[in-house]
Design a protein around this ligand. Structure first.
Ligand SMILES: Nc1ncnc2c1ncn2[C@@H]1O[C@H](COP(=O)(O)OP(=O)(O)OP(=O)(O)O)[C@@H](O)[C@H]1O
Ligand SMILES: [Mg+2]
Length: 360
């Protein structure tokens, strides 16, 4: 990984909002704390903040704070003097010095020991660098600090695993990257992006996903987020170049993905179940469109979901895009679908006034 940020693929409103926040953050010098589950794209977002900032001409240095013994992390960050420990055969600059004028990403900052937290706090207060083994600080540097973690740092503060003063210092601008399962519209474009990218890298024709495979991949919960998706696509390209990928070629957990329990004996109306799945981040296309096209749900179910959405938007069809997780470029396709299948007349009249028909 690493390098200049590749294209950040996104169609979801949620991710679009994160990118907009990151671009706003880039125009400031404030510290940024990026949170989110493993593999959601925290580093990608950090790289965007750096690349869009006035520091873009200087380096972005990434330090992984997890799993590194204290002494090593201290010397990595602050540098060391010759003879300060056995392997220190010459003076060495730390990463904070190397990032002077640029940005440092402290990845997995939640894993830092309390001792390292104290050293980091001291640095954040005055920008002074004291190399390991040096009697006093040698210089001050100007580094923008971005921290990332998949932990809930305020919880760590409560449990006294993370210093409160450090938390407040790092958490000036907060960017939370949502998990992929709450960004339904991003899944299909990410799949297409990586199918093409790995096909080019391996110099093979890209595999094609069957409609059923695509559907299941969109229902799957992606516990490992974008990283898991990327790895899965890489293995599909390697194993099935130029071939058609159906359900059977997908890993077992993906084949099993069926969060919508459309059990007919259930007393819950289907529309309610669909609506919950949308509120949970599923996209209209995978939650409603796909089962409608395969006749698993009825026109009234579709109308129910649309009516629910319209209740949220005060009857406005345009602002349904984020509510139904449609994807930012899909609005026209959505209206065409409603018109074609006669679904734009909600099943129940909405209680909200001002219900509009889509523009013809
Ligand atoms: N929106 C996106 N478009 C394209 N690629 C992405 C996107 N988000 C993440 N990736 C890719 O997914 C992988 C994981 O992203 P990244 O390393 O930024 O996640 P992370 O949140 O820092 O994960 P971890 O918590 O494990 O460090 C990387 O290969 C990255 O390039
Ligand atoms: Mg990371």
């Amino acid at each position: 990984m690493g390098g200049v940020p590749e294209r950040i693929i996104r169609e979801s409103h949620a991710m679009e909002a994160v990118i907009a926040e990151a671009e706003r953050a880039a125009r400031t010098e404030a510290k940024v704390l990026i949170t989110g589950e493993s593999g959601v794209g925290k580093e990608v977002v950090a790289r965007l903040v750096h690349a869009r900032s006035g520091r873009a001409g200087r380096s972005l240095v990434v330090v992984n704070c997890a799993g590194v013994p204290d002494e090593l992390l201290e010397s990595e960050l602050f540098g060391h003097m010759r003879g300060s420990f056995t392997d220190a055969v010459r003076d060495k600059a730390g990463l904070l010095e190397m990032a002077d004028g640029g940005t440092i990403l402290l990845d997995e900052v939640g894993e830092m020991s309390l001792r390292m937290q104290a050293l980091l706090l001291r640095f954040l207060e005055n920008g002074e660098i004291q190399r390991v083994g040096a009697p006093q600080p040698s210089q001050t540097v100007n580094v923008r600090v971005i921290a990332a973690t998949n932990r809930d740092l305020s919880e760590c503060v409560k449990r006294r695993q993370f210093r409160q003063d450090l938390f407040y210092r790092l958490n000036v601008l907060a960017l939370d990257v949502p998990p992929l399962r709450h960004r339904g519209p991003d899944i299909a474009p990410l799949l297409r992006h990586y199918l093409t990218a790995f096909a080019i890298q391996y110099r093979v024709p890209a595999p094609r996903l069957s409609a059923d495979a695509m559907y299941r991949l969109q229902l799957y919960r992606w516990p490992g987020n974008v990283r898991e998706l990327r790895n899965l696509v890489e293995s599909l390209v390697a194993r099935f170049p130029g071939q058609r990928i159906d359900l059977a070629q997908l890993p077992w957990p993906v084949q099993q993905a069926a969060p919508l329990d459309l059990d007919r004996s259930s007393t819950r109306p289907t529309g309610e179940i669909l609506w919950d799945a949308i509120r949970d981040g599923g996209s209209f296309w995978s939650v409603v469109y796909a089962p409608f096209m395969s006749r698993d749900i009825t026109r009234d179910d579709v109308r129910f979901v649309v009516a629910k959405g319209l209740e949220h938007t005060g009857g406005n069809y345009t602002t349904l895009v984020p509510v139904l997780n449609l994807g930012n470029r899909d609005h026209k396709r959505f209206l065409n679908f409603l018109r074609k299948h006669d679904c734009n007349e909600p099943a129940r009249p909405s209680r909200t006034l001002g219900l509009q028909r889509p523009a013809a």
